[in-house]
Design a protein around this ligand. Structure first.
Ligand code: AMP
Ligand code: MG
Length: 377
């Protein structure tokens, strides 16, 4: 049977190939018998979508190359975009990571502070981890998620679980089970519904193999956090494309990402009031030309826009950007559901978690940034 995935112009027609089982679990006290069924699916080489505190993951046994290949097929993921390996304890860490010395020291310090939690460490890969997981790189991304369902699933499976985000490639990551169902129903064996994800954006990816630990993808664990624990760290400019011939350090970041069907334009500027004024003006113009306009703002800005004329969504509060991270992807998907053609989004200061939010918005906008008002950001 054919299945339409997505609901508007960029939807893709795909074959429904699997009967997907949806299992609802309490994330504080998951039913271990039901989780045992999911673990059995993992052990037998199947695909299970599961909640983590960042976003939902699309998991398979990290030691089963054929199962890992199925992840790439189910998502339509480019073959050179490596997966993160999820673990639940130190024993599994030793199975996947061969790094010693300074690397071990860094892992220990960071794990003590941030695991379980939204930090992925790029470390030397043990040969036990198949090429398919790391796309042939000598390194592997490792993370211990802070979600009971995820950790129990890994424990009961008895193997580390390789998992990217559980969305169709290019779409916003899923921060709720309904997003996973919309993208992957019929393409995976099981979807565990464990409620909304706390953080809402993907983990910080930190390469610990170099002289200075480098953040390849910003997330809820910030550069300041890393420097506090390791005494050093850097956040290379993620807006800069790699030079010709240079291999990107985080292969996944070169692809269009996180985009809803609607076109996204990002409005930046030091003076937030000026930014809002410009968005309101452009929204009018676009509406006059027949476009259905969406505006992504915060609680502080929602009163600045005509909510009758436009689809105006608040992603949270400027005073706590974790709230914006939490709601960002859900908001982008809501614009698609409302049939929006263009989303005009306010930018955020690029510090702390603001880096994670801006990184995702920048990519959702395909780099389309409009400078509204005084130079900055
Ligand atoms: P996703 O799981 O979809 O959020 O994507 C995982 C991210 O981690 C991608 O951006 C990858 O490029 C990055 N990643 C995973 N493994 C590695 C690795 N060994 N080296 C560099 N980046 C990695
Ligand atoms: Mg992803």
């Amino acid at each position: 049977m054919d299945q339409m995935i997505g609901n508007s112009k960029k939807s893709v027609r795909t074959k429904k190939v699997k009967d997907t089982l949806i299992i609802k679990l309490d994330r504080e006290k998951p039913d271990l018998e039901k989780l045992g069924i999911c673990a059995e699916v993992i052990r037998k080489g199947g695909l299970v979508c599961f909640p983590t505190e960042t976003v939902y993951g699309l998991g398979a046994s990290a030691f089963d190359p054929l199962a890992v290949k199925k992840i790439f097929e189910a998502k339509g993921r480019p073959a050179d975009n490596p997966l993160i390996v999820h673990i639940d304890d130190g024993e599994k860490l030793n199975l996947v990571c061969s790094g010693g010395g300074e690397q071990r020291k860094r892992i220990k310090l960071l794990a003590e502070e941030f695991w379980p939690g939204p930090l992925t460490m790029i470390a030397d890969r043990d040969p036990a981890v198949p090429d398919e997981v790391s796309c042939g790189l000598p390194t592997v991304g490792i993370r211990m998620p802070d979600n009971r369902i995820a950790r129990e699933l890994i424990r009961l499976s008895g193997v580390p679980i390789a998992a990217p985000s559980a969305n169709l490639s290019g779409k916003p990551s899923p921060s709720a089970a309904e997003h996973v169902i919309a993208d992957l129903f019929g393409r995976v064996d099981v979807i565990i519904d464990g409620g909304d994800c706390d953080v809402g954006v993907e983990s910080t990816v930190l390469d610990i193999t170099g002289k200075v630990p480098a953040i390849l993808r910003p997330g809820a664990v910030t550069l300041e956090d890393v420097v506090r624990v390791l005494g050093k760290g850097e956040l290379p400019d993620w807006k800069k494309a790699p030079a010709k011939g240079e291999r990107p350090r985080s292969p996944g970041m070169k692809y269009t990402h996180y985009s809803p069907d609607a076109e996204v334009r990002l409005y930046d500027g030091e003076d937030v009031a000026a930014v809002r004024g410009r968005i309101a003006k452009d929204a009018e113009k676009l509406a006059e030309s027949g476009k259905k306009v969406g505006i992504l703002t915060t609680d502080e800005g929602i009163g600045s826009y005509d909510q009758e004329r436009f689809t105006v969504i608040s992603a949270g509060s400027r005073s706590d950007l974790l709230t914006v991270a939490h709601s960002l992807y859900g908001a982008l998907r809501d614009f698609d559901r409302a049939g929006t053609d263009v989303v005009l989004a306010e930018a955020y200061p690029q510090n702390g978690v603001g880096n994670a939010v801006m990184n995702r918005l920048y990519r959702a906008a395909g780099g389309c940034v409009i400078n509204a008002g005084a130079e900055k950001n």
